[in-house]
Design a protein around this ligand. Structure first.
Ligand SMILES: CC(C)(COP(=O)(O)OP(=O)(O)OC[C@H]1O[C@@H](n2cnc3c(N)ncnc32)[C@H](O)[C@@H]1OP(=O)(O)O)[C@@H](O)C(=O)NCCC(=O)NCCS
Length: 176
């Protein structure tokens, strides 16, 4: 069940499991990177792990585990320290899609962002064709803000980004 998804810091040694999904086109279809080679996955895990010791820290990368078994990843990025703005991102191995785990990762990232980091606004974006991700952002209680045009050049051309956000008081009202 989704309730058993937990997040832990990503480690450099996690690259082989990260590679099991990073190498798949269906996983990175709407992203400007990938499918990843083993070297790409190694570099991703190394950079994500190293970010935990950077000062000031702006990147918080986690491995998502189901009863201890890695199934995906989630990230919180501090986009503006002064104005307490953060961004979330998440992804799962396709074998695990459609069971509420993406939303469970997002829920935990919001909790960390608002409760532990004291953020005021957290947003997430997705390709307009990424209906699963848009559904996750809505299920997290986020409000649709609009579509930013041509934010990334990906393998099939320029893509737009749908933007959703939630504010601290909205999250607290939902969490009560
Ligand atoms: C996006 C992603 C994380 C969703 O994870 P997930 O565990 O399947 O998400 P959830 O099960 O919590 O919720 C998905 C919702 O989207 C819906 N959905 C999925 N695909 C859909 C589609 N093609 N059309 C409409 N709805 C869709 C599901 O029915 C579900 O809604 P429901 O709970 O009301 O039934 C997963 O597909 C993934 O890892 N994709 C690759 C990486 C990625 O795109 N990450 C997001 C970057 S912005």
């Amino acid at each position: 069940m989704a309730e058993t998804v937990s997040l832990r810091r990503i480690d450099e040694a996690d690259w082989p499991v990260v590679h099991t999904w990073g190498r798949l086109l269906e996983f990175c279809r709407f992203q400007p990177w990938g499918p990843d080679t083993p070297e790409d996955s190694r570099a991703f895990a190394a950079a994500a792990a190293a970010a935990w010791s950077q000062q000031p820290q702006t990147r918080y990368a986690y491995l998502a585990c189901l009863d201890g078994r890695p199934i995906g990843s989630g990230e919180l990025r501090l986009r503006d320290i002064r104005h307490r703005q953060g961004e979330i991102a998440y992804g799962l191995h396709p074998d695990e899609w459609g069971r509420g785990y993406g939303t469970a990762i997002g829920d935990e990232l919001l909790r960390i962002g608002f409760e532990q980091m004291g953020l005021h606004r957290i947003y997430g974006t997705c390709d307009p064709r990424n209906l699963g991700s848009a559904a996750v952002l809505k299920k997290l209680g986020m409000t649709y803000e609009g579509r930013q045009r041509h934010t990334m050049l990906i393998r099939d051309g320029w893509r737009d980004s749908e933007c959703f956000s939630i504010l601290e008081h909205e999250w607290r009202a939902r969490a009560e």
